[in-house]
Design a binder for this molecule. Structure first.
Ligand SMILES: Cc1cc2nc3c(=O)[nH]c(=O)nc-3n(C[C@H](O)[C@H](O)[C@H](O)COP(=O)(O)OP(=O)(O)OC[C@H]3O[C@@H](n4cnc5c(N)ncnc54)[C@H](O)[C@@H]3O)c2cc1C
Length: 413
């Protein structure tokens, strides 16, 4: 039983069903269409989809492929990561609305007789017996309730995980100096397009990220944590003027921001569980480790957790018994990539983002950007860290146990 139909939960559900394990995914929403969720699909995830024989179909979805990420400072444009330098067939970052990605996974998983997706059902508590978690209680929007018993319950219910709170596991909070204002800027005629598919624009006290989404630029504007109300109080005109300081020549797109309703606030959180499991319960993805948006790697880590969990759990699940040491093995396998990635994110947050947003001194172009510009071969390193991550997982190339056989089957509502 998997709680949460995000990237971690849906990939785990797909992989377990493919390995012939009966699996139920419980998702509290009725569908995958909701507010912002990270939209990046990384080369390592594309590689997993390739190993499953699904990459070609996935790349039929409307998407953008970004080969280079860059940073524009007051001194010019600098390449941060060049994915064309990666090994393998997927030498680009893909941007796909996450609801399309999740719907795709749900569609493919639902073709297996082993997969069930229970939507509109929110896990509200753990079932326990003799010190072991044995499943969950859930509630539906129409006031119904139910229980699902399981050999193992996997909490993939995101950064505000209810199950992790209920399990009483210790969370280490690392904090973050920023929150994010998230909005779209339409690509107006005659505007100067940034030179990269994904670009960070920084200047004294300001940091803006633009991601090319075809018709529009998805934009993330970083503000110091706790100052969103001040930005709003200063008014939309002041906000637009601020944006234009960063984006000269983009008057038309910026003018399209007509009210604060067009601007969403995303609270940034960075934390990690000391232990990812209890007897009968495993936590993965953001439920085990909420990631900072720096590097846009949260979806990737969630997917990699799922791949490791499927590989280590499936043989035991087929036998109907999963000892705690196997759950501990999943934690051990995934904790190193998580710790290393979070360390890099924390270092960038503390040494760079925090100082930059303080705005009390001019921002010089970081030395690392100059180095990358001077030695382009080094641009492959950030591409590797962002695109493949530490300890990328693989899936066994195997027949898709029914994933292609029963279109549309296996969905419960
Ligand atoms: C500002 C910001 C920007 C980001 N940008 C990126 C980016 O560009 N790229 C990237 O890779 N990552 C990004 N991330 C991180 C990324 O969104 C997450 O790391 C990723 O979505 C984690 O996946 P998950 O499956 O673990 O959890 P989630 O995506 O949070 O999925 C959890 C699912 O569980 C469901 N759920 C929750 N509680 C229950 C319950 N009790 N019962 C049933 N269902 C439940 C939720 O509805 C949800 O569908 C960003 C994060 C932030 C804050």
């Amino acid at each position: 039983m998997i709680v949460g139909g995000g990237p971690a939960g849906m990939v785990l559900g797909l992989l377990l069903a493919r390995d012939g394990v009966d699996v139920v995914v419980l998702e509290k929403h009725d569908d995958f269409f909701r507010d912002f969720r990270g939209d990046t699909v990384h080369p390592s995830t594309l590689r997993l989809l390739g190993e499953l024989g699904l990459a070609e179909a996935f790349l039929q979805l409307p998407h953008q492929e970004v080969e280079r990420l860059g940073v524009t400072t007051d001194e010019g444009e600098f390449t941060l990561a060049d994915f064309r330098r990666l090994p393998g067939p997927f030498r680009f970052l893909t941007f796909v609305p996450q609801w399309d990605f999740l719907s795709f996974l749900a569609d493919r998983a639902s073709r297996s007789p082993h997969f069930r997706l229970l939507t509109g059902a929110e896990a509200v508590g753990l079932l326990r017996q003799d010190g072991r978690v044995t499943g969950v209680r859930y509630a539906t929007a129409d006031g119904g309730t139910g229980e699902v018993s399981a050999t193992v319950t996997v909490a993939a219910d995101g950064r505000d995980s209810r199950l992790r709170a209920e399990a009483g596991l210790t969370v280490r909070e690392f904090g973050a100096p920023m929150d994010v204002l998230w909005f779209r800027l339409p690509k107006g005629a005659g505007t100067t397009a940034p030179p990269f598919g994904g670009v960070g624009r920084l200047t004294r006290g300001r940091l803006l990220v633009l991601i090319d989404r075809g018709e529009y630029w998805q934009s993330a504007y970083l503000v110091r944590k706790g100052t969103v109300d001040d930005v709003r109080a200063a008014g939309l005109d002041a906000f637009r003027a601020d944006l234009l300081r960063l984006l000269p020549g983009m008057e038309e797109p910026v003018a399209a921001l007509r009210s604060w309703d067009d601007v969403k606030v995303l609270s940034v959180q960075l934390d990690r569980l000391s232990r990812w499991h209890l007897p009968g319960l495993l936590l993965i993805g953001d439920a085990a480790h909420a990631m900072s948006p720096i590097g846009g790697v949260g979806v990737n880590l969630a997917v990699q957790d799922a791949a490791a969990a499927a590989r280590l759990l499936a043989p035991w699940l087929r036998r109907g018994r999963v000892p705690s040491r196997v759950l501990a093995r999943v934690h051990r396998r995934r904790v190193l990539p998580t710790v290393l990635t979070q360390r890099v994110q924390r270092a960038i947050q503390q040494r760079f983002v925090d100082r930059l947003l303080a705005g009390d001194r001019p921002v010089a172009t970081p030395a690392v950007l100059r180095l990358l510009q001077r030695w382009p071969v080094l641009q492959g390193l950030p591409a590797r860290v962002i695109g493949l991550g530490v300890l990328p997982e693989h899936v066994r190339p195997a027949p898709l146990h029914g994933l292609r056989e029963r279109a549309g089957a296996g969905r419960l509502t």
